[in-house]
Ligand binder design. Sequence first.
Ligand SMILES: Nc1ncnc2c1ncn2[C@@H]1O[C@H](COP(=O)(O)OP(=O)(O)O)[C@@H](O)[C@H]1O
Ligand SMILES: [Mg+2]
Length: 230
Amino acid sequence: MTNSPPDSLLTAHDLRKAYGPTHALDGAEFSIHPGEVVAIMGPSGSGKSTLLHCLAGIVPPDSGSITYNGRELTKMSDAQRSALRRSEFGFVFQFGQLVPELTCVENVALPLRLNGSSRKDALRTALGWMERLEVDDLKAKRPGEVSGGQGQRVAVARALVTGPRLLFADEPTGALDSSNGERVMGLLTEAARATNAAVVLVTHETHVAAYSDREIVVRDGKSRDMERSV
Ligand SMILES: Nc1ncnc2c1ncn2[C@@H]1O[C@H](COP(=O)(O)OP(=O)(O)O)[C@@H](O)[C@H]1O
Ligand SMILES: [Mg+2]
């Protein structure tokens, strides 16, 4: 049994992860409700990305539990975890990680193709998401031909195209200037809220965290909830 609250989407308890002598996670706690936007904050090297990778089932913790929708991630097989990632999770990283050989709309359509959609259906749904992220005019361009901010909006469209219940974003605006960062965050949170996707947002910037409902601060691999002063 776990002590996860019944209405939580994802809960982690006492996560520990060491890389040699470095305790990247040292008893981190986390929980998020359906549709909630939670920012994970903290200085560089504090364990934010490690926490995100553990929560998303990408990196196994050394110990501790992670429960998604009543199922314990740490007890699933690798195949079950990747199926869960493909069907329920979306990912946005600091650098879009778009496939350079594909056009932008083909990039957005890719997760649907991998899940078995026909090319025609996948491209149509992808274009709808590109309109939502205001990048549909870039559909025929390749990632190398668009700006950083445009590429991140394409990456957000790709992350949301499968209708994930949980979006993981690790410093999604970290490589952008502040006006492009604001635009990406505005569109990302608007699209997530419209589809009731919860968002785990890693950032070290307070103006980015301001888009969240709640903030968690990680320091030396330990996490705690922050009270908002506004
Ligand atoms: N794959 C890895 N191998 C070795 N050390 C790592 C690895 N990933 C993270 N670390 C170390 O763990 C600590 C936390 O890293 P990270 O989670 O990336 O922090 P943050 O995202 O907050 O900058 C750092 O000291 C980092 O150097
Ligand atoms: Mg990081």
